[in-house]
Design a protein around this ligand. Structure first.
Ligand code: HEC
Ligand code: HEC
Length: 149
């Protein structure tokens, strides 16, 4: 019985020592900044105001969403985006219609309706907030889409 007690105490002590060793190490991100601790408050960003379409950076880019999408539901019963961006509604809404590529399935078959792999719009298209880039970025758009100044 006494032996057992020593073994348990030993295990608990080793455990504690290991835990404090781990805590002493500061974890760093690849950007060489310490990771936010759990006690840090989450930063709340503000959605950008609705605006004109945002220039693209490369030809195959899913265009960024130049408007807020708060409350725009996409589920099995309805897709709010398509109430403005579908071919039957885009004119009335004054929105861009989804392109032909959104009607092709992964085998390359052309469908009469939006392909399942293009149904969840915000998998690829993202709205914008007022966040500043985390690291410096010197990316230049390719010539084909570079806006003339
Ligand atoms: C109430 C109508 C409406 C709804 C709903 C809507 N949009 Fe839009 N969207 C617009 C309008 C209007 C524009 C701007 C068109 C213009 O100025 O040429 C636009 C622009 C865009 C663009 C930019 C297109 C480009 O060529 O750069 C994308 C991408 C987009 N919306 C995606 C979405 C997604 C994804 C959803 C759903 C989460 C959505 N929209 C819901 C009306 C809407
Ligand atoms: C798997 C990624 C993906 C999904 C999901 C997706 N898109 Fe796109 N979308 C793209 C890409 C890439 C482009 C640009 C090239 C092209 O037209 O295919 C694009 C282009 C667009 C454009 C601009 C068309 C044009 O003629 O310039 C609109 C508007 C758009 N998408 C709306 C939507 C809406 C609304 C949905 C949901 C019903 C959606 N997209 C789902 C990837 C996606």
């Amino acid at each position: 019985m006494i032996m057992y007690k020593y073994v348990v105490t030993g295990l608990v002590l080793t455990g504690l020592a290991m835990a404090s060793l781990q805590a002493a190490e500061t974890i760093k991100s690849l950007r060489d900044k310490p990771l936010a601790s759990e006690s840090d408050k989450p930063v709340m960003y503000r959605w950008q105001r609705d605006r004109e379409p945002i220039p693209r950076d490369y030809v195959q880019q899913p265009p960024l969403i130049p408007h807020k999408i708060i409350g725009y539901k996409i589920d099995i019963n309805s897709n709010k985006c398509l109430t403005c961006h579908s071919w039957s509604n885009y004119k009335k809404a004054g929105a861009t219609k989804i392109s032909l590529t959104h009607f092709t399935d992964r085998e390359g078959n052309d469908l009469a309706n939006v392909s399942a792999r293009r149904y969840f719009c915000d998998q690829c298209h993202v709205p914008q907030v007022d966040a500043q880039p985390l690291v410096e970025n010197t990316f230049e758009p390719v010539g084909a889409v570079k806006q003339q100044r």
